[in-house]
Design a protein around this ligand. Structure first.
Ligand code: NAD
Length: 459
């Protein structure tokens, strides 16, 4: 369900009034449904050479018509008045792995610009380029970093639910590495509806694409903390939909709704306060005892105890740190010490845009959520030797009971302060987590993926 304002301005006189007054015009976003086509129309592929060929063949293997345009002469594919016969572009994909100087950006970016008017609602613009590094020649570093500035600005110019995101490849990662293709498919699809203005970095060629793209977690056992409601319940449902056996964890006081979620997803419930010192051992014991293995850990449980720092007391500060970060660290330590966890395991932690940009009244919460980012980066390095990954997802404004309790005016403003001019749904966070938990993302580790509609807060 769209929020009331979005429903009002999506059609009829509401849309006309909003347009005339220059008010935000959010639209209902295209979201993933198993079995549906990845895109609503063809993709325009900008770029040439073997990398562009590889992407063209991946697209066509996914049933997407790839229209090739040389970077120099790329134009809008068909005249607008031809629209009835020619479907609008589902996506514009720019293969930029060969750029060497900032000047090299002009032809492909201007070609994309000419095609933008033909982009369908909830269309996609995606760049594939090399990650800038301190080892680069200055002009090469400038060109590569330039892609990020251009894409983030372009994403802010898109309308009607369209998004712009990029994939950054480490130097030795080929453009058809499993996680490059996995990331491309995720970003093209409705799974990434509320991901906007973001980059995923593929650091290695590890991983493989699933036999059934609608069941990428088939055979995996996943634990989700804080699974009794809202984002955690959506994560449990999404991982189960994608094929995983789910262990739903929450505090005993949430036992009834926890049992309901576990039932709905045909998984098991584990009543556990994650701040218990033996929480990691309890999770492992349950996973091995009931399901024989553990492949995926989603640290979602989190709390807020907001106060300006001048009014903060130790109980508020400490409880937030304990639930949101210290418990995760202890659980990871226990899991990583076990021989039954770690080989090709995927850890995904829920951070927050407050942990990136800071937020008034949330010094404790932002310390814990920035801590999550530090934790996944260090944990990624420790898991790398065993083929595992650790990543964070940072949600922005998500429509939950927590945000529903905000005062009307604050909520209405907060919800519009992003490029998509609306709040995300728990489902949107869950889709990003499901992708990072899959083997199609095995080459992606130590990343922080924001699911925030390109919130204006921080980068
Ligand atoms: P929520 O309060 O609705 O749900 C959190 C769940 O965690 C609850 O079921 C709760 O019982 C459980 N939990 C709390 N303490 C626990 C403990 N000690 N042990 C086990 N379970 C515990 O929160 P939500 O809005 O669904 O948020 C989920 C996560 O997303 C949190 O980490 C939150 O910080 C983060 N987040 C939310 C938003 C948003 O807009 N809602 C934005 C950014 C980040």
């Amino acid at each position: 369900m769209a929020d009331k304002y979005t429903s009002l301005v999506s059609r009829g006189w509401g849309r006309d009034v909003a347009k005339r007054l220059g008010l935000p015009q959010p639209v209902e976003l295209r979201r993933y449904r198993p079995g549906e086509a990845i895109l609503s129309g063809p993709a325009l592929l900008i770029g040439s050479g073997p990398a562009a060929e590889a992407i063209a063949s991946a697209l066509s293997s996914w049933g997407i018509e790839a229209r090739r345009e040389g970077a120099a002469d790329a134009a809008a594919p068909r005249a607008a008045d031809d629209g009835a016969r020619s479907p609008k572009l589902g996506a514009i994909v720019l293969v930029l792995d060969g750029i060497e100087r900032p000047e090299d950006l002009s032809a492909p970016l201007l070609a994309a610009g000419r095609a933008l008017r033909s982009l369908a609602p909830s269309g996609r613009v995606i760049t594939l380029s090399r990650r800038a590094s301190t080892q680069d020649e200055p002009s090469l570093g400038a060109a590569r970093q330039g892609v990020e500035g251009a894409l983030r600005s372009l994403a802010r110019e898109l309308r009607a639910g369209a998004t712009g995101n990029g994939i950054l490849l480490a130097e030795d990662v080929p453009v058809d590495a499993p996680s490059v293709l996995g990331a491309l498919r995720f970003l093209l699809s409705g799974r990434s509806a509320f991901v906007d203005g973001q980059f995923l970095t593929v650091g290695t060629s590890a991983g493989g694409l699933p036999a059934d793209p609608d069941r990428p977690l088939e055979g995996k056992v996943a634990v989700v903390t804080g699974a009794a409601r809202n984002i955690g319940a959506a994560i449990a449902k999404t991982l189960a939909r994608d094929g995983a056996k789910v262990i739903a964890v929450d505090i005993p006081a949430a036992g009834e709704s926890l049992a309901q979620v576990a039932n709905d997803v045909r998984g098991t419930a584990l009543q556990l306060d994650i701040t218990r010192r033996d929480a990691g051992e309890r999770i492992l014991e349950h996973a091995l005892g009931r399901h024989g293995r553990l492949d995926v850990v989603v640290h979602n449980a989190g709390i807020t105890r907001d106060k300006l720092l001048a009014n903060m007391d130790a109980a508020k500060w400490d409880s937030v740190i304990d639930v949101n970060i210290a418990a995760q660290l202890r659980i990871n330590e226990a899991l990583l010490a076990s021989e039954h966890f770690g080989d090709r395991a995927h850890i995904v932690s829920v951070s927050s845009t407050s942990g990136i940009a800071g937020n008034r009244g949330q010094t404790n919460y932002a310390a814990s959520k920035a801590g999550v980012i530090g934790m996944v980066r260090s944990t990624a390095a420790r898991l790398a030797a065993r083929g595992g990954t650790a990543n964070a997802v940072a949600p922005g404004f998500i429509e939950t009971e927590m945000t529903a309790r905000m005062p009307f005016a604050t909520r209405e403003v907060a919800r519009r302060l992003n490029s998509l001019q609306q709040g995300g749904r728990p489902q949107d966070v869950a889709e990003a987590i499901a992708f990072l938990a899959s083997d199609g993302a095995s080459g992606i580790s130590g990343n922080v993926l924001r699911v925030c509609g390109q919130n204006w807060m921080g980068q």
